[in-house]
Design a protein around this ligand. Sequence first.
Ligand code: DX5
Ligand code: ZN
Length: 221
Amino acid sequence: MQKNVRIAPSILAADFATLGAEVAAIDAAGADYIHIDIMDGHFVPNISFGPAITKAVRGYSNKPFDCHLMISPVDPYIPEFVEAGADIITLHQEAGAHLHRSIQLVKAAGIKVGVSLNPATPAATLEHVLEEIDLVLVMSVNPGFGGQKFIPSQLDKIRTLRAMIDESGRDIDLEVDGGINAETAPLVIDAGADLLVAGSAAFKGSPEQYAANIQAIRGKS
Ligand code: DX5
Ligand code: ZN
């Protein structure tokens, strides 16, 4: 069942020089989750930050830390992100040969686990792990950078996953990430998404504007 729409601002678009204050500001502005983009310069062509920075900002918000790991390999780093305070670890279907094993490692740590799909990866690749996971993340841009344009072909994938999740009867978040703003948010919500990542659209302007930014993405839902 599609849940109420929640917004997960990505701190990739925040001012890194004042990251703790940025996390506190986006929390106060109405963020539901804090989305943390981890990039390794190998799985994706960009480097962001790792578990130390995640841990450093943990004290600035009580909202769930939604850690999106765009790294390969992923398994060796799971304990560090758990220790840093992740509430959800989302790893990529494409990050390694043994997705089921990676999922089990996160579950064994006692936190939620998500799986993300790149734009070219079909929904059906999750068929045999859906019963194990808490979240599916559809990438609506190629991962690696903020500020890219939404890829409309992902709407079909969101609809397919909505049906798969409903069929499973399990409580699984359907999250979308990339190019989400006030114009694209209604499209993904209509397709069945219930958790929206927004980087540049959430952190636009100064912290005084963040609440209005989040409200604009949330729309009337
Ligand atoms: C892209 C990241 C996204 C990114 C979204 O690889 O996973 O979370 O920060 O940024 P916007 O909302 O600007 O597309
Ligand atoms: Zn992300």
